[in-house]
Design a protein around this ligand. Structure first.
Ligand code: ADP
Ligand code: MG
Length: 745
């Protein structure tokens, strides 16, 4: 099935241009080029509003020149415009101020003084490049330039520029948007009128979508706003359809798997456990429990994601599910992301179960079971016992790290696997588990404190059922959070350390979290404090994030009389565990750590967290970190320290974290400020993902409609035999990164 779409670009464009496309955008075929959609459109004569620009964007703007100056970089002296040609071989800085009619934007060009003669005041031009911040001013540094009202243009060029909309493509300096635009025009003009369409004819009609050929024409060379929206609608639907077809196929496979049904048993461990619970289950905990019991009772494997706010009590829900399986004669495994957390879970379970966990011991309860612990750092004897207990079935519940998934570990009858603090649990991992329980696949419950909006869950976890715990148990003391602008108000940072001392004085404990370890070999740029700046237009870099080592040194003086220790991922495992246990036991006052403490660790006596360079963390991550304090009766305090100036966009994100403890709200803010690729967890280049126009946050309706269509196609024709074009698009999407991520969930 060879169509024009599969032809190589070099058959249409010059060899050099074709090579640039391959090198810069990894675009080699006609089809790939045509699916490089415009990022946005410029309406003829319209200038880009500058207030939509954000630092870090690769932006193309359309502005009118207001002012031009050229200076010598050596003497800083201004060079008269009449002289600029003579400066061609010297170091110069040309500053151009352009306007959108309301605001100004600064452009900086290095060693291109002649531009001053072209970009005279009043000239309208396109500029593209990265938006940066220089001395509190937004700037484009050495942007690409295309003057719009130039004379001496070719006919083709005049026609191109006369179009009502100019497409603006994701572009780079090497491959400017104008080159992409020209190349696409050439390719489109030579394309067949009929193209094989991945969306079946009937569906095009039912959903009122444009056919492929027409949509390509309209997305690249629109005449009206409606052309643009119709074309985009069609491509969004196509992306959603491919995604949902993959998920429908996967669901079909999962539905065909067998699992042992584990219906609830009355009068067993679970009932006993429920009676002994020192608190009432929240409504949410009880409801999710019922959902899980219903799943477990089916002869197909459960695959459920339990998402719940930090501290919402997911562990109890997991325990009840595990006990239900044990009551049914099966075993359950609980997988923790770290040793520390595995040990802590083991302790919690053992404590909560009391004599119910003392099978075979004097004083054990009647239906008691045994809880095993299996981690990488156990000694040989401990390992042997744990493995024997798992293999013989003596241990009803086995807690461990991913060491549990190793081949050597066998279970007598593994019925349920609970994965804590994770939302990616791979197909391979699921397969590894199935191998442990004969022909039957165990039920799987995955727990995460990072909430995922419904549409994302539907897209990324299309074959997973989702339960959500929204309430926190009653009587929890709220966390109070504040931003500490250390540059603007140094005295606030001093006050923060005083506060730390007061908390310790009250018998509480404190975390200080840093974005970096800092035990690397020092390099030249590693000086503290000041912003680094390289000469002549090189990149201005922010200083490296503050490290555990730097903070430990500084606090060593300020908090000299407190018990201060450090914890990070590169410490040997035993040392990490030792430090964490000492902190848990109250033998350390202040723990300076990296995000190793992010997940799950429960030290109720820890009241305060100071997060250094808080702007270096994501919103959800800050929320997750902060969940480590205020877990007991002690009210929690979280201080977000930053060098940013109040009023900047990133400072606003910290304000958001400080102002709400609603994880879903924060997750939404977080996702909105990130690129789609990041939402799905893929590299943000956007080149190789199959989602280009579809937004999993915005396009819920389209995703739902596509899901419906995909289900009806797959239910009668799982192999897509009748849909060869769709089948081949699905196949190549499966090779892309987006779905690589899907495979891992
Ligand atoms: P997370 O969902 O973050 O994993 P945990 O399961 O660690 O939260 O629970 C946090 C704390 O809340 C634990 O100390 C747990 O015993 C307690 N807890 C759980 N459920 C309830 C409840 N219904 N009422 C009161 N406390 C609860
Ligand atoms: Mg937990």
């Amino acid at each position: 099935m060879k169509t024009d779409i599969d032809r190589k670009l070099r058959d249409f464009l010059g060899a050099k241009t074709a090579k640039t496309f391959a090198d810069v955008l990894e675009i080699e075929t006609v089809g790939e080029l045509l699916r490089h959609y415009p990022r946005r459109y410029l309406k003829k004569g319209e200038l880009t509003p500058f207030d939509e620009l954000e630092v870090g964007d690769q932006a193309t703007v359309n502005g009118r020149v207001k002012k031009v100056t050229v200076r010598s970089l050596d003497t800083k002296a201004e060079i008269p415009l009449a002289d600029v040609q003579r400066w061609t071989r010297r170091k110069t800085l040309t500053k151009v101020v352009v306007t959108d009619g309301r605001r100004d934007l600064e452009l900086a060009f290095f060693n291109q003084p002649w531009l001053a003669t072209k970009l005279t005041p009043g000239t309208a031009a396109l500029f593209w490049g990265e938006v940066t911040m220089f001395r509190e001013t937004m700037q484009l540094k050495s942007p690409g330039t295309e003057i719009l009202d130039e004379e001496d243009l070719t006919e083709a060029e005049i026609e191109r520029r006369a179009r009502p909309f100019r497409p603006l493509y994701p572009a780079t300096a090497k491959l400017p948007t104008a080159t992409i635009e020209r190349s696409i025009k050439i390719v489109l003009d030579s394309l067949d009128e009929r193209l094989d369409d991945p969306i079946p004819e009937l569906i095009l009609r039912n959903e009122r979508l444009l056919g492929l050929r027409e949509a390509l024409q309209k997305v690249h060379l629109p005449d009206t706003e409606k052309d643009i929206s119709d074309a985009q609608q069609r491509f969004r639907f196509e992306e959603a359809l491919v995604m949902q077809t993959i998920l429908a196929q996967r669901r079909a496979v999962t539905d065909a798997l067998n699992a042992v049904a584990r219906p609830r048993v009355e009068g067993g461990l679970l009932d006993e456990f429920d009676q002994r619970l020192p608190f009432e289950l929240t409504e949410g905990q009880a409801e999710v429990g019922e959902e899980i019991f219903a799943d477990l009772a089916r002869p197909h494997p459960m695959h459920r994601l339990l998402q719940g706010e930090v501290g919402s009590g997911k562990t109890v829900v997991a325990m009840r599910a595990m006990l239900s399986v044990v009551d049914n004669g099966g075993q359950a495994a609980l997988l923790a992301p770290t040793e520390v957390l595995a040990v802590q879970h083991h302790k919690t379970l053992t404590k909560m179960l009391g004599d119910l966990a003392e099978q075979g011991m004097l004083g054990g309860a009647e239906h008691a079971t045994k809880i095993g612990l299996l981690t990488g750092s156990l000694n040989a004897a401990g390992r042997r016992t744990a493995m024997l207990d798992a293999a013989s079935g003596a241990a009803g519940i086995v807690v461990g790290t991913h060491a549990l998934l190793e081949d050597k570990v066998q279970f007598a009858d593994l019925g349920l696997v609970v994965v804590d603090e994770q939302h990616r649990f791979g197909v391979e991992q699921r397969a590894a588990l199935s191998a442990k329980s004969g022909d039957n696949t165990p039920h799987v419950l995955v727990m995460t404190a990072t909430p995922i909006p419904r549409t994302v869950a539907m897209t990324v976890f299309g074959d997973v059922a989702v339960s959500t715990l929204t309430q926190l148990p009653a009587g929890r003391s709220p966390i109070q959070s504040s931003v500490v602008p250390a540059k603007e108000k140094p005295e606030w940072l001093q006050r923060a350390w005083t506060r730390v001392r007061e908390e310790v004085g009250k018998g509480h404990q404190v975390y200080v979290v840093c974005p970096r370890i800092g035990d690397e070999v020092k390099n030249a740029g590693d000086e503290e404090g000041e912003l680094l700046e390289t000469d002549e237009g090189g990149k201005k870099q922010a200083r490296p994030p503050i490290s555990v080592m730097q903070v430990a040194e500084a606090l060593g003086e300020i908090l000299y009389d407190l018990r201060v220790e450090i914890l990070h991922g590169r410490l040997p495992a035993e040392e990490k565990d030792a430090v964490m246990s000492r902190f848990a036991a109250g033998d350390i006052d202040v723990l300076i750590a990296t995000t190793v403490i992010e997940v799950g660790v429960d030290v109720p006596n820890a009241s305060t967290m100071v997060i250094m360079d808080a702007d270096r963390f994501g919103i959800s991550q800050l929320h997750q970190l902060r969940g480590r304090v205020g877990r007991g009766k002690v009210p929690g305090l979280c201080l977000l320290v930053t060098d940013l100036w109040p009023g900047s966009k990133s400072y606003g994100r910290l304000d958001a974290v400080a102002s709400t403890t609603d994880g879903f709200e924060l997750s939404r803010i977080d996702l909105e400020t990130r690129r789609e690729g990041d939402v799905l967890g893929v590299a943000q280049s956007g080149r190789r993902t199959s989602l280009k126009l579809l937004s999993v946050l915005r396009d819920e309706d389209i995703i739902l409609a596509a899901r419906h269509v995909a289900n009806s196609i797959v239910s009668v024709d799982a192999e897509l035999a009748e849909y060869p074009v769709l089948r081949s698009v699905v196949r190549s999407a499966l090779e892309s990164e987006t779905t690589e991520y899907l495979e891992k969930t």
